[in-house]
Write a protein of this length. Structure first.
Length: 565
């Protein structure tokens, strides 16, 4: 980059070369920066021999005399402008000369303007003419310097803008990278969710067979027999497996939200066994569950997900092991409590609280401000999705609840979920309808692509007195109804099947069999099958896995319904 002095010298070099007076532009070390042709002529040198040389070395030291040194090195420091100084020069090469010189030190630019006004061997030049030259040159220097200063300010402004633009570009690039990472994570979670939904659907079919066949076996056994007790344990395990499939469907976003009234202590007690295996041997799991807790109204699977997510988050905060405490309590929130709650404003009222505390690394305040944001994670790349705590927050808010957090670095963290407390419902005194109540003699057409499900439906409904026909797909069902002209009182069909879906089949048959009742069954939930045309409260749906009692009960209820006129 050029210095200001270099810019000035380049700008005025043509001017100095065209003047007729002997003129030198010197820097602070008395090095010649510019020399007029007239000076080169009186010194007998080429301009290349003068420019860049020290004034004291030109002509073998001819100009290095006490008078000039006194003028340039001493007097100019006291008086920046000296006029008409007479100086005598003499050497063995030249005759004695008496010079009249002018000198001015331009402090702002660090240069000396040295002019020779008159010599005994040179054409006389009026002192006023030399002074006029000096003043003109100074004016041109000031003008050019101002131009350079303006250019410098513009350059600095542009540089600042460029730096700001660079910072903005860097931030935008980082934001883009974060967005791309979140998109990739979302796509990955979507793929995993679809896989989980498909697995849950197939697993529900298997559980339906297990539950139904175990019921068939238990019907032939006495409750006091060991075989009966063994089959009962199989049914309980299948029930727990069904709960897992609901969690998979919830994770895949294919599970519907079905709030229920229940005591959280019961769910926590069941989860404790699973969490103990999940957390590992180096984490001590402790539960303190308050008696007379009351109930909460939330989807049970979603509640379980809250507890599991918080427990997993706590485990990850204790890489070297520690203590994890799950507590339930009743909180009476007043105005003061609501204002003092950490991490959330909680309206006054009575709440059931579920707290998960760890003895892990803890978090600072800045981290606590972001922990519920989707994709925010403190884990290394590939170690976490950043969705666990945001899911907890979303579920709690959807249920009308709140989440607070308290944490200190090195001391651990406590997450507390607040859910509105409700009273335990009164024990139902109505007599339970026995399975025998759900019998009938109507004709039922079952359409199901899974052979095991078809066979157990035929066995269960035939045993309940119904006339049952089972087929594997919609094409076969249409052939029986339309070609053979057979009439059925109810159509029980799976929703998602190869070729023709259950909704397409029902739509075709409704044109020729408007009085035939309809009951769908599916391993998916209403949210997932809504795109297939199965939605609304008027649509009857039997969710898999189902029991024999659930099957016969749903069949009887649909047959007994009277369509609104």
């Amino acid at each position: 980059m050029k210095t200001a002095l270099q810019g000035i010298l380049e700008h005025f070099e043509p001017l100095v070369e065209t003047v007729h007076e002997p003129l030198l532009v010197l820097d602070a070390t008395m090095q010649v920066k510019l020399a007029s042709r007239a000076f080169c002529a009186i010194s007998g040198n080429e301009s290349s021999e003068v420019i860049g040389a020290s004034l004291w070395d030109i002509d073998d030291g001819y100009w290095d005399v006490p008078g000039i040194r006194q003028l340039l090195e001493t007097d100019l420091k006291v008086t920046p402008a000296i006029r008409d100084r007479r100086i005598e020069l003499e050497s063995h090469k030249r005759p004695r000369q008496v010079l009249t010189v002018n000198a001015r030190f331009v402090q702002a630019y660090g240069v000396v303007l040295f002019t020779i006004a008159n010599t005994t061997n040179a054409t006389n030049v009026a002192p006023a003419g030399a002074e006029s030259l000096t003043e003109e040159l100074e004016a041109r220097v000031r003008e050019r310097t101002q131009e350079l200063e303006d250019e410098r300010r513009i350059a600095l402004a542009l540089a600042e803008k460029a730096e700001e633009a660079k910072v903005v570009a860097i931030e935008a690039s980082k934001a883009l990278q974060r967005s791309e990472a979140q998109l990739r994570q979302s796509q990955k979670m979507e793929a995993v969710g679809r896989l989980a939904g498909g697995v849950a659907h197939d697993f529900n079919n298997l559980l339906t067979v297990i539950l139904s066949c175990s019921t068939f076996v238990m019907q032939d056994l006495k409750p006091e027999e060991q075989a009966y007790l063994d089959i009962l344990e199989i049914r309980r395990a299948a029930d727990r497996a069904a709960s897992l499939t609901r969690q998979l469907l919830q994770f895949s976003r294919k599970g519907s939200i079905e709030p229920q009234l229940f005591n959280p202590n019961e769910k926590i007690a069941i989860l404790k066994l699973m969490l103990a295996r999940l957390l590992g041997e180096d984490v001590e799991l402790v539960t303190h569950l308050a008696p007379d807790l009351g109930c909460v109204y939330i989807d049970p699977t979603a509640f379980e997900q809250i507890v599991v997510n918080l427990a997993v988050n706590a485990r990850d905060a204790m890489p070297d092991g520690g203590r994890l405490l799950i507590e339930s309590n009743v909180a009476h929130v007043d105005e003061g409590y609501a204002a003092a709650a950490k991490g959330a404003f909680i309206p006054p009222g009575e709440y059931v609280t579920v707290s998960v505390s760890d003895t892990g690394v803890g978090m600072d305040l800045s981290m606590q401000q972001h922990i519920f944001e989707p994709f925010f994670t403190t884990k290394e790349v590939g170690q976490g999705t950043g969705l666990g705590l945001s899911t907890v927050y979303g579920i709690a808010k959807q249920a009308g609840g709140y989440v607070s957090v308290y944490s200190e670095l090195g001391k651990g963290t406590t997450f507390r979920v607040y859910l509105a407390r409700r009273d335990m419902p009164a024990t139902e005194t109505r007599e339970r309808r026995t399975q025998a109540t759900y019998t009938g003699t109507e004709a039922v057409l079952v359409v199901e692509d899974d052979k095991q499900i078809r066979m157990l439906c035929k066995r269960a409904l035939s045993g309940a007195g119904y006339q049952v026909e089972v087929v594997a797909d919609g094409i076969e069902a249409l052939r029986i109804c339309e070609d053979e002209g057979r009439v059925f009182d109810l159509l029980l069909t799976d929703v998602v099947m190869p070729g023709m879906s259950g909704t397409q089949l029902a739509s075709r048959l409704a044109k020729t069999r408007p009085d035939m009742k309809l009951l769908f069954m599916s391993g998916y939930t209403p949210n997932a099958i809504a795109p297939h045309g199965v939605s609304g409260s008027a649509v009857a749906l039997l969710a898999k896995p189902f029991t024999l009692a659930g099957l016969t009960k749903s069949i009887r209820e649909v047959l007994d319904t009277t369509e609104a006129s």
